[in-house]
Write a new protein. Structure first.
Length: 718
């Protein structure tokens, strides 16, 4: 008896197109994708039994899919009939318990509201399940204030408004709530401790760092909210540079270590304290610690983004920004701004908007910077004045300065920071602020004004030794030295500032200092190689970071010494092609280039052809005319090494071990070994002793003018 085959499924052209899209989707549920593929096969006349085997289902299931499609079209695919599908995995009793805890029982550890993690741990379910239950019942604990504790309802009634006022940066409102609360709470208690913490926070916002630190120390002596007061003590100390001998940094590091040791459940009750610890790390230039702590708070609550997570999020965005991780900072800043807007936290929204303005300036979007500045000015007028508003104005000034609007940047900075002494901003930011003011004055040729701002920078006391602020002071000294005609000294100072920034993961500041060093050496007509090295390093680093504005400045200076096309966007070359182009400047033959680069002559021939095509030249004889060789007969030796290989050679020649060099350059030991092998091959040597002798000869009076890395110190493992 012949087998009956169902007729081909009737599908219109529009439906087929929609089914094809659904079948290729990577976002739709798997059952929808599977049924869409089955319907396409049915439309092609494939038998139900064959479709069933292909989809590993029963033929009756295929028949139901066909019937559902015939009735509802593509929209009927994947629909689960009533009474079918997976049963709820969370019992009704558990859902009821989650709702009861959320609405009526306070969380542990003195937290103002439940988090998904803390409630999940209490109810014995996943945090995602808690988030779904809250969403289904329209519960937002972080927006409704604290849950009254039985027998102490009045004691907690003013704490939610206090925290909201703190996050808004509303200093008068914080003081009013704190004064009213402390008037009836003289004995040490958790509530008095939280009120005292609020007063310390308000004093930080008001830039009264000494009084804020006194409150924090008094809170520590009470024995309540220990981590919160450690955070406030470290933050106020770092902001004002109150301690000496590096103890500001030690306090922030100690508090950060305490946060990072917390379990997820413990952190859920300490999110606010952890967010302040992240700010303390920022205040002493420990960008890595700020990222670690703020990142943990933000990621733990990213699904709900409560206010304390928003505070940590803006810290995280700035830490990423100043490390030069611009793409990550930009993506995060958009999310944090939306969360701040959702909670009505205008002051935090201002800081994030300032970060976005700075990012746009670094990306070269100069036309957007002026719009950002106007928007921030308008928003700032709606906020109570505080350190948060001043911080947003400082970020705006950085953006304007990066976009080459020096005088408007200086005006915005002085207005936001409270005048020439910059009293409204933290100590580290003052160093950066004076760098901006020095640069603006020198851009107008006003050297006396530049020196005056430089003297105020030198007068800053309490800066962490070897931190990001020290790098900013180094760049100030370098700019003033260059302005006085001491270009080599300026280049040395800028090189040292680059090393300091690199040691603090400040890759953006490192690129800025390399650019300054290269620009300082442009006037050396006898030997342009040191300028080329520094400018090329700055350009490559800025390009890698996505800091287009800095990369363009480096390219401009490289063009001024004849490297008109190498690495330019309109004439892209690979790093190896740039090496070949540089060697062509010396008149080296293909065989000679092949020996230097350890490749075959045929490979060199291909690279030369590519270089000539990029430069639009008929022959290699035209290359020196276009790229302008400096005529240095010994340049072939120095052109053999890339900038990174020069750094490795510099370290090894000064006695660093491979491990020590790896730590200094933040790379692996295997990477150092690879670089060292390439260096030996290119220079025709076979030992570290030969490298040291060769390097000292070649660097004398040349590359050594720019210290690539700090001198070897005891304890550096070499």
């Amino acid at each position: 008896m012949p087998t009956l085959v169902a007729p081909a499924l009737v599908v219109s052209a529009e439906q087929r197109a929609e089914l094809t899209t659904m079948a290729a989707s990577t976002a739709l549920p798997g059952r929808v994708i599977l049924q869409a593929r089955a319907m396409l096969m049915a439309a092609d006349g494939v038998a139900n039994a064959r479709i069933a085997r292909s989809c590993t289902v029963h033929p009756d299931t295929v028949r139901r899919w066909r019937a559902r499609f015939a009735e509802g079209g593509p929209g009927g695919l994947g629909v689960i009939a009533a009474g079918r599908g997976r049963r709820p995995q969370i019992p009704a009793s558990t859902i009821a318990e989650v709702l009861r805890l959320t609405r009526s029982e306070p969380p542990p550890g003195g937290a103002l509201h439940w988090s998904t993690r803390s409630l999940a741990a209490r109810a014995g379910i996943g945090k995602g399940a808690v988030a779904r239950i809250w969403a289904e019942h329209d519960l937002k604990p972080w927006m409704t204030g604290p849950i009254p504790i039985h027998g102490a309802t009045c004691a907690h009634a003013d704490e939610a408004p206090l925290q909201r006022a703190m996050l808004r940066g509303d200093i008068p409102e914080i003081r009013r709530l704190v004064d009213a609360g402390l008037a009836g709470e003289e004995a040490p208690s958790p509530r008095r401790a939280r009120l005292l913490a609020g007063r310390s926070f308000a004093r930080i916002l008001d830039s009264d760092f000494t009084a804020a630190n006194d409150d924090a120390q008094a809170g520590l002596a009470m024995g309540f909210e220990h981590l919160l007061f450690r955070a406030l003590a470290a933050w106020s100390s770092g902001m004002g540079g109150l301690e000496r001998g590096g103890s500001d940094v030690a306090s922030a590091e100690s508090a950060a270590a305490a946060v990072l040791e917390l379990s997820d459940e413990e952190l859920s009750g300490e999110n606010w304290a952890a967010a302040l610890v992240a700010e303390a790390a920022m205040s002493v230039g420990r960008l890595d610690l700020a990222e670690s702590v703020a990142g943990r708070v933000w990621l733990a609550s990213a699904d709900t983004a409560p206010p304390e997570a928003v505070f940590a999020g803006q810290t995280l965005a700035r830490a990423l920004l100043f490390q030069g991780r611009l793409a990550e900072a930009g993506t995060l800043a958009q999310d944090v701004e939306q969360a701040a807007q959702r909670h009505g936290l205008l002051a935090l929204q201002l800081i994030v908007r300032g970060s976005i303005a700075y990012l746009d300036a670094l990306h070269g979007h100069d036309e957007e910077v002026a719009n950002h500045a106007a928007d921030i000015e308008a928003l700032a007028a709606q906020c109570p004045h505080s350190y948060l508003v001043a911080g947003a104005m400082v970020l705006t000034a950085y953006a304007l300065a990066t976009a080459q609007h020096g005088q408007p940047a200086a005006t915005v900075l002085l207005r936001g920071a409270g005048g020439p002494l910059l009293p409204n901003i933290q100590l580290v930011d003052r160093a950066y602020g004076y760098e901006l003011l020095v640069t603006a004055a020198l851009s107008l040729g006003d050297i006396p004004a530049g020196r005056a701002w430089g003297e105020l920078a030198e007068a800053l006391t309490g800066l962490p030794r070897g931190g990001m602020a020290a790098a900013a002071i180094g760049r100030i000294e370098a700019r003033l030295a260059v302005a006085d005609g001491k270009v080599v000294a300026g280049a040395v100072l800028a090189g040292q500032a680059a090393v300091t920034a690199l040691g603090n993961t400040g890759h953006l500041d490192e690129a800025r200092a390399r650019l300054l060093a290269g620009s300082a050496l442009l006037g050396d007509a006898a030997d342009t190689w040191p300028a080329r090295l520094a400018l090329s390093s700055a350009r490559d680093q800025a390009t890698l970071l996505g800091a287009t504005s800095l990369a363009l400045l480096a390219r401009r200076d490289l063009r001024s010494i004849g490297l008109r096309l190498i690495g330019e966007p309109q004439a892209p070359m690979t790093p190896r092609e740039r090496e070949v182009a540089e060697l062509l400047l010396t008149g080296a033959t293909n065989i000679r280039i092949a020996a230097i680069l350890a490749v075959s002559p045929r490979t060199v021939q291909s690279h030369v052809a590519r270089v000539l095509k990029v430069l639009d030249l008929p022959s290699r004889a035209e290359v020196p005319r276009v790229l302008h060789s400096d005529g240095d007969k010994d340049s072939v030796t120095r052109l053999r090494l890339t900038p990174r290989q020069c750094q490795v050679a510099d370290l090894i020649s000064r006695g660093y071990t491979n491990d020590g060099a790896a730590r200094a350059l933040h790379v692996s030991t295997k990477t150092i070994e690879k670089h060292l092998g390439d260096i030996y091959r290119r220079l025709g040597i076979d030992s570290r002793t030969a490298l040291a002798a060769h390097w000292s000869t070649q660097q004398e009076g040349r590359i050594s003018a720019i210290p690539l890395l700090p001198p070897a110190l005891p304890g550096n493992d070499h």
